[in-house]
Design a protein around this ligand. Structure first.
Ligand SMILES: Cc1cc2nc3c(=O)[nH]c(=O)nc-3n(C[C@H](O)[C@H](O)[C@H](O)COP(=O)(O)O)c2cc1C
Length: 171
């Protein structure tokens, strides 16, 4: 099997966000847990901002290509209004239906409200399935108060779920 390309897609409009930090931490943990993984490629939508909405924007198109090249795609967003950010949706609207076929996606939401823990599975996972990704494990909802201890949690999560992500890859 060829190398596993990991991409961390971050849908926070603010640059250098905690959401970005979480996505990177999880992706690096997956680099250690997955066989033959390459260094994570980051796609931080804060760098694109409003250009995400311009169909002719070359950088936004290049970001789409980086996402489409992923074997394992970590998709991280802040929880906004009990779902994901509008910026993430605007970006994913650039992808054709089914465009993520062959990609194993890992949905991640960061939020402040424990009541919204299910938002990752109820809202973000269906969007990724609609795009053709396989989502072999439950999404990860991280509370703001859990961010400080996320390094260890990410390593445990990656070890526990790497086999399912490997199995989801096309032969
Ligand atoms: C516009 C807005 C809406 C939010 N809505 C929710 C929400 O519905 N549920 C929740 O748990 N947190 C909500 N939050 C809190 C954010 O999810 C939380 O602050 C964010 O994930 C922190 O990520 P960051 O530090 O990377 O920006 C909201 C924050 C903002 C700014």
């Amino acid at each position: 099997m060829s190398a596993t390309r990991i991409v961390a897609l971050v849908g926070n409009p603010r640059p250098a966000s905690r959401t970005h930090g979480l996505a990177r931490t999880l992706a690096v943990a997956l680099e250690h847990a997955l066989p033959d993984a390459t260094a994570t490629v980051d796609v931080d939508l804060a760098a694109l901002g409003a250009r995400t909405l311009d169909p002719a924007d070359a950088e936004a198109s290049a970001a789409v290509e980086r996402v489409l090249a992923a074997d394992v795609l970590v998709v991280a967003s802040p929880t906004y209004k009990a779902t994901y950010s509008g910026l993430l949706k605007a970006f994913l609207d650039r992808l054709a239906t089914g465009a993520l076929a062959g990609t194993a996606a890992v949905p991640v939401l960061l939020g402040g409200a424990p009541d919204h823990r299910l938002a990752v599975d109820v809202h973000l996972t269906p969007l990724l399935l609609e795009l053709g990704a396989s989502v072999p494990v439950r999404g990860l909802f991280v509370l703001e108060r859990e961010v400080a201890d996320f390094d260890a949690a990410a390593a445990d999560w990656a070890q526990a779920h790497a086999p399912a992500l490997v199995a989801a890859r096309p032969a």
